[in-house]
Design a protein around this ligand. Structure first.
Ligand SMILES: *Cc1c(COP(=O)(O)O)cnc(C)c1O
Length: 322
């Protein structure tokens, strides 16, 4: 076992542990696989799932530093943007959302919610969006908006990863822990907190997500500050890039059938951008006998329910009947 100390950063979590639901299915019984779902989707209606975990220590840090304004980036349907807007309203920050692309009216359900929560929305053309990490762009933002606490796109930074460690810190080992991956901040936190006990599988929501392994390495190292320890932790991590189903936010009939059937059988909804693809992938792997008999598997449901209305609108479908 690796001994991890986090030194400089004292944690005071106020997020309760989420409930676990055990899933019964003939396929699982045949292989004697036990499958649990960690319901992070139940922790808040909007500041939900991993986004709450990512924000909590950023908000404490911003408060401690006397920041009154949060500024962040995201796509027009982003769960992160929605979470920041609602967190600003609940915890007393002004919020500025830098949205990728052109303004589209009427606002989609995510941005409508953001506006209602008081977020100031600004649109950034795609070329500028790509250079948002450069000093020039940061200077431009400082000139335009004054002092603010910057939260990166997707919310992943040092404080966010520390928050994500708490997702599984109180759960004993499973053989496998599965989690969807966007920036990889969430799965990095889980891999650190798990400390080599379970095999962690991250499912890329992006096409061409192979680069994420290196990103996740870097995220872990941000916290451990130790290359050797990071390598050791990475031995328990595996990235699966086979279930993006055509790319980020793309949907297929198979995926729709899967999430709808799952909901009618288990009354648990998956979003189709992250969790639906992860869960679909896990069941495909089970069918292909990827997991040894008698395995225990935990799926981390990272939330994303606010995005469902937007998914329905863009694809002109109804995802769930209620
Ligand atoms: C943002 C998000 C993710 C991706 O998390 P990362 O830490 O960026 O990998 C996964 N699931 C949901 C529901 C999200 O909103």
């Amino acid at each position: 076992m690796i001994n991890i100390t986090f030194g400089k950063y004292e944690k005071k979590s106020s997020v309760k542990n989420s409930p676990i639901h055990n899933i019964k299915q003939a396929l699982l019984e045949e292989q004697n696989i036990s499958l649990d779902i960690l319901r992070e989707d139940l922790n808040h209606p909007i500041i939900q799932g991993n986004k709450l975990r990512k924000l909590q220590y950023n908000l404490l840090n911003a408060k401690k530093n006397g920041n009154k304004t949060l500024l962040t980036f995201g796509g027009a349907f982003s769960n992160h943007i929605a979470a920041v807007a609602t967190a600003g309203k609940e915890f007393g920050f002004k919020t500025i959302g830098m949205i990728r692309g052109e303004e589209t009216l009427p606002l989609n359900p995510t941005l409508e919610q953001c506006k209602k929560d008081g977020m100031e929305l600004h649109y950034v053309d795609r070329t500028s969006y790509r250079i948002k990490h450069t000093q020039d762009f940061k200077d431009y933002l400082r000139n335009k908006f004054g002092v603010f606490y910057l939260i990166p796109e997707g919310g992943t930074n040092y404080y966010a990863i520390n928050g994500c460690m708490e997702i599984i810190k109180d759960y004993s080992a499973y053989d496998y822990i599965c989690c969807p991956v966007g920036t990889g901040g969430t799965v990095a936190g889980i891999t650190i907190a798990n400390n080599g006990r379970s095999k962690i599988i991250g499912f890329s929501a992006l096409k061409g997500g192979e680069f994420l392994t290196k990103e996740i390495f870097n995220h872990i190292q941000t916290v451990t500050n130790d290359e050797e320890l990071t390598e050791e932790l990475m031995n328990s991590f595996e990235l699966n890039t086979e279930f993006h189903l055509g790319g980020y936010a793309k949907i297929t009939e198979e995926l729709l059938n899967f999430v709808r059937n799952f909901y009618s059988q288990h009354q648990i909804k998956w979003d189709t951008i992250y969790n639906g693809k992860m869960a679909f992938g896990v069941f495909e792997l089970i069918k292909a006998n990827y997991f040894p008999k008698n395995s225990s598997i935990l799926l981390v449901h990272t939330g994303g329910m606010q995005g469902i209305k937007g998914i329905e609108q863009r694809n002109k479908i109804k995802l769930y009947e209620d």
